[in-house]
Design a protein around this ligand. Structure first.
Ligand code: ADP
Ligand code: MG
Length: 238
């Protein structure tokens, strides 16, 4: 099992961001993490990356306990944050080189991740000169530097225009051939295009854990419409 989450709860003051959440993710799966703003997606991801400590429950990444074995958990995970801070004045290679030093990664991996994320022709540029889509590729490249088994991608396509969005999706599918991925998004269409399975979270509670083939059922469609993803979907159809 690549990720195991058992009865995780996490509050911020009076806000119950996660309420007794449990799920597992198998090695090699691409799992969508769907839910409206404030549902708890980022908080769950940050518990897995060891950034947040849960109030109760257990979580494991590659069988490493997120509270007791943080180093090995961090080695197992490549993380792209929702608001990924990039240094716009840095050159792409310089940024990746800097990350490789911070994380004590073999420098040879830099060329590999540039290739893997299709950054090649843009890599001589400064990050600030790149489109949003290419900036996300830089974030993905940095997340891949230490060749982690698991990728945790927090809304990697939010804010991208439709073309960039489709390109990043394609890239995630490509990367997903070799990795286990947990991908949060607001967009049901994205889950359909990329994922094997979907976890739906609302107000801190996991409300569905379904294979995509089972999601076509009418009851689930009703559930999804309740979340009102229609705006994004209309935008995508344009
Ligand atoms: P999502 O990623 O699904 O939009 P989040 O996990 O960011 O949701 O947030 C879940 C809830 O927890 C929200 O009500 C949010 O305001 C709250 N929250 C998240 N992080 C913090 C924090 N660091 N301090 C206080 N409240 C937080
Ligand atoms: Mg979030």
């Amino acid at each position: 099992m690549s990720i195991t989450v058992k009865n995780i709860s996490k509050s911020f003051g009076n806000t119950k961001a996660l309420n007794n959440v449990s799920f597992t993710i198998n090695k090699g799966e691409i799992v969508g993490f769907l839910g409206p703003n404030g549902a708890g997606k980022s908080t769950m991801m940050k518990v897995l990356t060891t950034y947040h400590q849960a109030d109760s429950g257990e979580a494991y990444v590659n069988s490493y306990d997120v509270t007791k074995d943080k180093k090995n958990v961090q080695k197992s995970i490549g993380y792209l944050a929702e608001h990924n801070p990039l240094y716009l004045d840095m050159y792409v290679k310089e940024y990746l080189n800097f990350n490789a030093e911070v994380y004590k990664v073999n420098k040879e991996n830099i060329a590999k991740v540039i290739e893997q994320t299709g950054l090649g022709p843009e890599s001589p540029k400064k990050i600030g000169q790149l489109s949003k889509g290419y900036r996300q590729r830089v974030g993905l490249a940095a997340a891949l530097l230490h060749d982690p088994e698991v990728l945790i991608l927090d809304e990697p396509t939010t804010g991208l225009d439709p073309n960039q969005l489709l390109e990043i999706r394609k890239l995630i599918l490509e990367i997903g051939k070799e990795k286990t991925i947990l991908l949060s998004t607001h967009i049901m269409k994205e889950v359909e295009a990329v994922c094997d399975r979907v976890l739906i979270i609302d107000k801190g509670c996991l409300v569905a854990d379904k294979r995509l083939s089972d999601l076509r059922k009418e009851e689930e469609q009703v559930l999804l419409v309740e979340f009102d993803f229609r705006v994004e979907e209309a935008f995508l159809k344009k």
